[in-house]
Design a protein around this ligand. Structure first.
Ligand code: F6R
Length: 606
């Protein structure tokens, strides 16, 4: 979603701001803009579309000044257009905003009563207008911002710049993350560490309700009550925030290729060199609970659906899985005998965070599985389990998904062990299989050339179906999501056994059916389902191991052969061909793979 950067330095701000916005491109956006103070006056440049349009504009119409703010906008209120792009300005006030102001119509009414008109359709413009209004009444910039913050409802990360105030940035956060970067004689503000990465490795994350008054030589932070507070400065690992494609054409390709490495790292993190689990803190007590509630959005939701198969089978704990946006408003009962587990790559997804807050104080334990350890979801959990995927830039989640699966399987194993359902031999067998997984993932990556060829044919399709049974069903859902989000081909997934209850009506020679089916105990059932498809002229693309492809017999349209792994690990391994199929189909179609249309990386609005 939207990205924010602020710069108070000794160099020209515009090039720094544009570079930082480039690093934030991965979050998804549809317009961008910057404002600086030039000779004491605010000036703005804004452009719709990709950042290159803003850069072009700046070549023809440069912006001078050593203080500035910048923004990439993912439209919520009002179409993507130059007029609606941030920064928004009202007289001496310029502001950039991430999030949604829910009561902005109240401000519009209030401002309209005073005869004040609007240049944009956005909620953000009303903030600039209100701050100007308070300054017209005699408030200082700082007092005016503090005053409007007490009235804002909704979510925001805000950054202000003022006419005549070349040494002042005011930042505020509620619901949308913001970080202040510490420099030498310079200071910065960013919506995430990546924005700030090359500028500094010293970062202070603002907490809910904080307002920061930043100059080149000082950073003062006040909490929601206006009290000055100390927030810890952390040193971030520049490696983790490094943003380069390492020779790949797209971030998504790089991130798919990184999976053997990062999954190997996660396995070593949790098992060390032995077979005993090392969970952080006091660990989790899985005894005496009657159920687990797993909540997430999108790809992370599919990871939870997979975990349901594992936790129920291995640990015997009933698991409910919910989409966060549904869960939070359904007001489901959450007893003290439940563990609530939230899965999120970014750790900032608004719906998942709201669902977590709903469960806090009700469930026995709030557990999270996250990629960003400093994120809100991690911080508000009793225990946050890192997935250690490293920075994921491609909007379509790949390595975060497989690392989420890996950590969720480890959770299932720990639950099973504690409940006496996993003996040491079986545990050692599974851990050994896990340790061998990176090598298998490398073999799966070796299918890339064949997958790329197949994708040329898949790119011709208008619709694609994905089928899976048992623990492979959520992976079929994920395969379909990956394909539709980056190639824009309509794709649906079904549990193989459900096909004949309706979706089989869609089958004809134009609808490829991707079947994810290792040669496991359910395989024969899936073969019957494939026969049903083929009998109706359907084209089956089977992803299976050697034995599975042989057993499926003639009539298969195409196949991709996977190495053999322990059954439990198949969803992790088979994620690779699902991702590669989507990736190469999107490349064949020429879509914007890393920043697909309409999508944002970190969804911080409801
Ligand atoms: C799809 C994708 C999204 C995210 C979802 C949740 O490829 O990435 O569906 O999985 O928006 O995001 P997080 O995991 O950050 O909560």
């Amino acid at each position: 979603m939207c990205g924010i950067i602020g710069y108070l330095g000794s160099h020209e701000a515009a090039p720094f701001l544009v570079e930082a916005l480039k690093r934030l491109e991965y979050r998804g956006y549809d317009s961008a803009g910057i404002a600086t103070i030039n000779n004491g006056k605010l000036e703005r440049r804004r452009a719709v579309g990709k950042l290159v349009n803003l850069s072009d504009l700046l070549v023809h119409d440069p912006l001078r000044g050593k203080s500035g703010i910048g923004h990439t906008r993912w439209a919520t209120h009002g179409e993507p257009s130059t007029r609606n792009a941030h920064p928004h300005q009202a007289g001496p006030v310029a502001v950039v905003h991430n999030g949604i102001i829910e009561n902005y119509q109240d401000f519009r009414a209030e401002l309209a009563e005073q005869g004040i008109g609007f240049d944009t359709d956005t909620d953000t413009e009303t903030i600039a207008l209100m701050v100007r209004h308070y300054m017209d009444q005699g408030d200082s910039p700082r007092a005016a911002v503090a005053r409007i913050l007490t009235r804002l409802e909704g979510a925001y990360g805000l950054l202000f710049l003022f006419d005549g105030e070349e040494d002042l940035l005011i930042a505020a956060r509620k619901g949308s993350p913001l970080a202040v970067g510490h420099g030498d004689g310079e200071n910065y503000v960013g919506s995430d560490a990546i924005a700030l990465a090359p500028l500094t490795d010293r970062i202070t994350y603002l907490e809910e309700g904080d307002m920061a008054i930043v100059t080149r030589s000082s950073i003062e932070i006040r909490d929601a009550n206006g009290e000055q507070v100390h927030r810890e400065m952390r040193k971030i690992h520049m490696d983790a925030a490094r943003v380069d494609k390492a020779g790949h054409k797209h971030f998504m390709a790089k991130e798919i290729a990184e999976q053997p490495q990062v999954i190997g790292d996660a396995i070593s993190h949790y098992f060390g060199s032995g077979t005993d689990l090392h969970l952080p803190g006091d660990g989790i007590d899985f005894n005496g609970i009657s159920r687990m509630i797993l909540v997430a959005c999108g790809t992370a939701y599919y990871a939870c659906l997979t975990a349901k198969y594992w936790i129920e089978k291995l640990a015997g704990i009933p698991v409910e899985v919910d989409v966060a946006s549904e869960f939070r408003y359904r007001e489901p009962p959450v007893g003290e005998d439940a563990i609530a587990l939230f899965v999120s790559q970014s750790g900032e997804t608004a719906d998942t965070l709201a669902a977590l807050r709903y469960c806090a104080g009700k469930a026995r334990t709030i557990l999270s599985v996250v990629n960003v350890p400093e994120s809100s979801i991690a911080r508000e959990s009793d225990l946050a389990l890192p997935i250690l995927a490293g920075t994921e830039i491609g909007v379509a989640s790949t390595k975060a998904f497989s690392c989420q699966l890996t950590v969720l399987l480890i959770v299932a194993l720990e639950a099973a062990r504690q409940r006496g359902r996993l003996d040491a031999d079986r545990q050692a067998e599974i851990v050994t299989a896990l340790r061998g997984l990176p090598a298998r993932l490398n073999l799966a990556l070796d299918t890339e050339a064949i997958t790329e060829r197949l994708s040329q044919e898949l790119a011709e399709a208008q619709d694609v179906l994905f089928l899976g049974r048992g623990q492979m069903y959520p992976l079929a859902l994920e395969g379909a999501l990956k394909l539709k989000e980056i190639s824009y081909i309509h794709a649906e997934a079904y549990a193989s056994g459900e096909l004949k209850h309706g979706p089989i009506a869609l089958i004809d020679q134009n609808v490829p059916v991707v079947v994810m089916a290792p040669r496991d105990p359910l395989f024969d059932k899936t073969v019957s389902n494939m026969q049903e498809v083929m009998a109706r002229g359907g084209k089956v693309l089977l992803i299976s191991d050697k034995a599975g492809i042989e057993a499926a017999g003639d009539g298969i349209w195409r196949s991709i052969e996977m190495p053999v792994v322990e059954d439990l690990l198949c969803p992790i391994l088979y994620a690779i061909p699902a991702q590669l199929l989507a990736y190469h189909t999107a490349v064949a179609k020429g879509t914007d793979v890393d920043q697909p249309r309409n999508l944002a990386k970190s969804v911080t609005v409801e």
